[in-house]
Design a protein around this ligand. Structure first.
Ligand SMILES: *[C@@H]1O[C@H](CO)[C@@H](O)[C@H](O)[C@H]1NC(C)=O
Ligand SMILES: *[C@@H]1O[C@H](CO)[C@@H](O)[C@H](O)[C@H]1NC(C)=O
Ligand SMILES: *[C@@H]1O[C@H](CO)[C@@H](O)[C@H](O)[C@H]1NC(C)=O
Ligand SMILES: *[C@@H]1O[C@H](CO)[C@@H](O)[C@H](O)[C@H]1NC(C)=O
Ligand SMILES: *[C@@H]1O[C@H](CO)[C@@H](O)[C@H](O)[C@H]1NC(C)=O
Ligand SMILES: *[C@@H]1O[C@H](CO)[C@@H](O)[C@H](O)[C@H]1NC(C)=O
Ligand SMILES: *[C@@H]1O[C@H](CO)[C@@H](O)[C@H](O)[C@H]1NC(C)=O
Ligand SMILES: *[C@@H]1O[C@H](CO)[C@@H](O)[C@H](O)[C@H]1NC(C)=O
Length: 572
């Protein structure tokens, strides 16, 4: 019960005068705050705005906000020229599609063969030239998007360090901060992508996920995040975390915008053979028009959702501290005609998931922890990526680690002072595995993969007490901060390679947004977009960040700041 007392003591200041220091200015006289892609296309069509003007407005805003929030690593110096060319093309040939002229930021671990170095936030890679655009970046260009620049991230997508570490920090970009409250955390690792979207520093952004890196930062930014099935989107040209689990997906302010991006970036790529799975399963054909799946609350009539109470809702800090808000959402869903199936439990979840947040179940033997195989994957993935880069002395994982060692914190790569520099403790752990894929590796990986898949699929098949079997449309999970770590709502889809989405539903007393997640089975993105957009239409939470505490520089963000509880709540 101690956490409740903490919660009550930390009642935030109310009524204190605060004015948003960074209001979104009109662009060429047009309101662009939280604007969606269809609306912008309408402006383009009517001649009220050009892609070049819109790009300039975002660049101006990045220059204003970024010194405080560091959500962007680098602006593409050619962005205005690209936008101008796309404007000319529109005049001559009309738009290529819904992304024509739309400024999008890509996370700094997605290769772009332009003037912006791709370095996963590390200073070690800033002089390296990538051989070509990542498949995702090439497809975005093809769809007419303006690649505005690179978003900040937790260095090496959270995999350089676990201990000597601050979430959302990179040596190259500094500390990403939360636009709602700069002294609250952003979660990671696609922190800059998510915060740039909600801060109106771009129209949408691309993130990557190995375990939670799209979903969790979207939840703390109050936006839509889609984590696609592994194989839906090519990872070629993306700095790997784990080639078995990595995926690439959109951060956006609406499901429609996110779906437009997924339409543009999904598909088969011969450089990533995981994308062949979509063809083998037949789903590459079934759902290539995700924007068609976007709908409204009327789709909730008769929709069937499972609630995996044990342990995702019963014991997670998120569900306890935000329980009233979540129960209200359940009530609204039922009023809208949805059927909720409580206790659609996931077999063996207590062996797979730490109940109070992100990470491994502590009672499970260490040989079966996710990090047992993830460290091996990290070594091999980064080693392979570096070997494909040209012109550099850093050509292997070991050389990268040597560089990190030489430029360790003490040398203060960014000049010391208030800037805190990331350690490399996790790289040291990965190095110790030598990337060897032995029996231990395969056991840890296959054990988790199989149990996670079976767990989600079993829960999606609800069996009533009388034996009646019902196939559910999705599993609802909490997406909230509050425990030792964020909600335990990313680990199973990550290990299963299954898709998941998150949508915002509210804000805590410290301004931090929280959301509702939906899980599905492999290649279920169309269904998740359908029901996600339906629930989003029902709840319609549209909080605007007020940039509280923008002048503070307190870092790092781990351990947690007030508003977080460092003891697990008892199972409720
Ligand atoms: C990158 O190039 C600059 C300028 O040549 C040099 O000062 C810096 O040391 C280089 N960094 C790395 C990591 O190679
Ligand atoms: C996928 O491609 C990699 C590298 O080209 C290769 O080593 C691996 O065996 C392939 N996997 C499958 C399942 O074909
Ligand atoms: C996708 O679906 C939308 C809505 O039904 C439709 O307007 C659009 O033409 C479709 N796009 C493609 C490429 O089929
Ligand atoms: C779901 O079931 C559990 C256990 O029976 C119960 O404690 C919980 O209140 C139920 N939740 C909802 C939303 O009905
Ligand atoms: C950096 O320095 C810290 C403290 O001296 C040390 O614990 C860590 O292992 C070093 N990191 C690397 C990559 O050598
Ligand atoms: C990385 O592993 C190699 C090979 O075992 C070893 O020589 C080296 O000292 C290790 N580096 C670090 C920083 O642990
Ligand atoms: C596999 O390699 C790891 C080191 O990465 C080692 O700890 C483990 O004991 C090895 N397992 C087997 C079965 O050799
Ligand atoms: C911002 O977060 C801090 C804790 O980091 C908290 O003390 C403060 O009340 C929050 N500000 C607002 C306006 O909620």
């Amino acid at each position: 019960m101690r956490y409740l007392a903490v919660a009550l003591l930390l009642v935030p200041l109310t009524g204190a005068a605060w004015t948003d220091p960074f209001p979104v200015k009109p662009c060429n006289g047009v309101d662009i705050q939280d604007v969606d892609m269809d609306t912008v296309q309408g402006y383009f069509e009517k001649g009220l705005l050009t892609a070049k003007q819109l790009t300039q407005c975002y660049i101006d805003r990045i220059n204003l906000v970024n010194p405080h929030f560091r959500t962007v690593i680098q602006i593409n110096p050619d962005a205005l020229e690209i936008a101008h060319d796309l404007d000319q093309e529109r005049i001559q040939n009309g738009p290529r599609g819904p992304l024509h002229g739309i400024p999008i930021l890509t996370k700094d671990n997605i290769a772009t063969a332009d003037k912006v170095p791709t370095s996963a936030g590390s200073l070690a890679l800033i002089n390296k030239t990538v051989p070509r655009d990542a498949h995702v970046a090439a497809l975005l260009r093809l769809s007419g998007a303006v690649l505005l620049g690179h978003a900040n991230l937790a260095e090496f997508a959270d995999y350089i360090a676990y201990d000597d570490y601050s979430e959302g920090y990179s040596d190259r970009g500094g500390q990403t901060r939360n636009c709602f409250n700069a002294t609250q955390q952003t979660s990671g690792s696609s922190s800059g992508s998510a915060q740039s979207v909600v801060g109106n520093l771009c129209m949408a952004a691309i993130g990557t996920e190995t375990d939670g890196s799209i979903l969790l930062p979207a939840m703390h930014a109050g936006i839509i995040g889609i984590k696609p099935t592994v194989g839906r989107v090519s990872r070629a040209g993306v700095v790997p975390g784990s080639l078995s689990q990595d995926t690439v997906g959109p951060h956006a302010r609406t499901f429609r915008d996110a779906a437009y991006i997924l339409d543009a970036i999904s598909g088969v790529d011969w450089r990533d053979n995981a994308t062949f799975n979509a063809v083998v399963s037949g789903t590459a054909v079934r759902a290539r028009n995700f924007s068609e799946a976007v709908t409204d609350r009327s789709a909730l009539k008769g929709a069937k959702f499972g609630i995996p109470w044990d342990v995702l809702w019963s014991s997670s800090a998120g569900s306890v501290t935000h329980r009233e808000a979540f129960l209200e959402v359940f009530r609204q869903l039922e009023d809208a005609g949805a059927i909720l199936y409580n206790n659609t439990n996931i077999p063996r979840i207590r062996e797979l998931q730490y109940p109070y947040g992100w990470g491994d179940a502590i009672d499970t033997p260490e040989e079966l922890w996710a990090r047992t195989y993830l460290h091996v994957d990290l070594y091999n993935g980064i080693d392979g990526y570096l070997r494909n880069l040209k012109e550099s002395q850093i050509r292997s994982f070991q050389e990268l680690l040597e560089w990190e060692d030489e430029h360790n914190s003490s040398t203060g790569a960014l000049g010391g002072g208030e800037i805190w520099v990331s350690g490399a403790d996790n790289f040291v752990r990965a190095n110790a595995t030598h990337g060897i894929m032995n029996e231990t590796y395969y056991l840890a990986k296959l054990w988790r993969h199989e149990l996670s898949r079976t767990g989600i699929d079993t829960a999606l098949t609800h069996i009533a007490a009388d034996g009646t079997l019902t196939l559910l449309d999705g599993l609802l999970v909490p997406m909230a901060g509050g425990g030792i770590f964020d909600s335990p709502s990313s680990g199973l889809p990550a290990a299963a390679h299954y898709p998941a989405v998150t949508l915002p539903i509210g804000q805590d007393p410290w301004q931090l947004p929280f959301g509702l997640g939906i899980w599905g089975t492999a290649f279920d993105e169309d269904k998740l977009i359908r029901y996600g957009s339906a629930i989003d239409d029902l709840i319609r939470w549209r909080g605007k960040p007020q940039f509280y505490n923008y002048e503070t520089t307190e870092i790092p963000f781990d351990p947690r700041w007030p508003g977080f509880f460092d003891i697990p709540p008892s199972d409720a």
